[in-house]
Design a protein around this ligand. Sequence first.
Ligand SMILES: NC(=O)c1ccc[n+]([C@@H]2O[C@H](COP(=O)([O-])OP(=O)(O)OC[C@H]3O[C@@H](n4cnc5c(N)ncnc54)[C@H](OP(=O)(O)O)[C@@H]3O)[C@@H](O)[C@H]2O)c1
Length: 272
Amino acid sequence: MHDMEANGARMPALGLGTWDLRGSVCAKVVEAALRLGYRHIDTAEMYDNEKEVGEGLRASGVARDEVFITTKVWPDHLVPADLERATRDSLARLRLACVDLLLIHWPNPRIPLADTIGALCRMKEAGFARHIGISNFTVPLIEEAVRLATAPLVTNQIEWHPFLDQSRIVAACRRHGLSVTAYSPIARGRAGNDAALRAIGKRHGRTGGQVSLRFLIQEGAIVIPRTARRERLMENMAIFDFALDPAEMDEIRKLSRRGGRVVDWSGAPEWD
Ligand SMILES: NC(=O)c1ccc[n+]([C@@H]2O[C@H](COP(=O)([O-])OP(=O)(O)OC[C@H]3O[C@@H](n4cnc5c(N)ncnc54)[C@H](OP(=O)(O)O)[C@@H]3O)[C@@H](O)[C@H]2O)c1
């Protein structure tokens, strides 16, 4: 599996997203993904599936230290005492002593970022997380988080796919050595149906979904596509044995547009 290095962390460039996978379906998909060769699983306390992610991990028979597990703390739990409790609860549900990566799921403007980042760094010091990072942080918030952190932040997990230009955030992450993890990397299925992506895919014998993932990999991202289907687990893995040429990369970059987001931010806390 291909790895990405950032600020001292080594992370598999492909992971399995698990939002909306629940119960025995989640456990089975995680087990199947690990048996097929996935080595990175993305969950969150908010997904209500950490218990099943842990079950899938154990059922797969893959050694714990071969799998990179990410979880995230929900913005309601960013006061330091809450963040520590949320982290301990996540570990208890996963039945793990530590996660490989602990993220702030969304920033919360009602809680001082210094307090939250301080608490996040302490989770690493305490050995609850091998690495720490952020998610859904804007450029000014990335700058502030990096300034406040006493341990390296290794990723900013953001929505990114061909229909959304994230170059400003990506540049800010690069300046500070953070990787970028692309969530919704198939634009919740839209990439699979897009005519331009499909046409490019046809030249390589690939699908629109694979072209979207390959595009992000060549842009330097880590990708965490989600699927509940075994055949798509395999499809989404087959992205490391072909390459898009510079003209194809440019053509795909031109698909980005205003309103290209697929994830609804309306429930997120607003900054003044
Ligand atoms: N940090 C955050 O705030 C945040 C926000 C959103 C997501 N995430 C993380 O990122 C992960 C991925 O994002 P996502 O779940 O929003 O969207 P996604 O991975 O872009 O898309 C998932 C959807 O696309 C379908 N799909 C999967 N592979 C496909 C393919 N090759 N071709 C066509 N369709 C395909 C899946 O359906 P089937 O199941 O039928 O295959 C599913 O409906 C999440 O699961 C979660 O772990 C994080």
